[in-house]
Design a protein around this ligand. Structure first.
Ligand SMILES: [Zn+2]
Length: 92
């Protein structure tokens, strides 16, 4: 069942209501009895998707650059440590 969000135009009180598609929409505010407008909850999902995609896309580019730099130096360090420990154990 879809959730419908309503907002009162008088007192800006927002509330959600589980309703069937066939149910009549809420027209009056349960708080003050003023006129309410229907907020489309599905639209919020689309906005969330769009902004999420945008932020991850922006992140990935800087992350990739950092990852490449960090992984490159860390691999070198690991190799150095390994080879030095090997020679140490050999000389001992
Ligand atoms: Zn109200």
């Amino acid at each position: 069942m879809p959730t419908y969000e309503y907002k009162c135009r008088k007192c800006s009180f927002t509330f959600e209501k589980f309703q069937k598609m066939t149910d009549e929409p809420v027209k009056t505010c349960p708080k003050c009895g003023g006129e309410v407008e229907k907020l489309i909850s599905a639209g919020a999902g689309i906005i969330f998707k769009g902004s999420g995609f945008y932020s991850t896309d922006y992140r990935s580019e800087s992350y990739k650059k950092k990852e490449r730099e960090e992984s490159g130096s860390s691999i070198k360090e690991v190799k150095k440590e390994k080879s030095s420990s090997k020679t140490e154990s050999k000389s001992k």
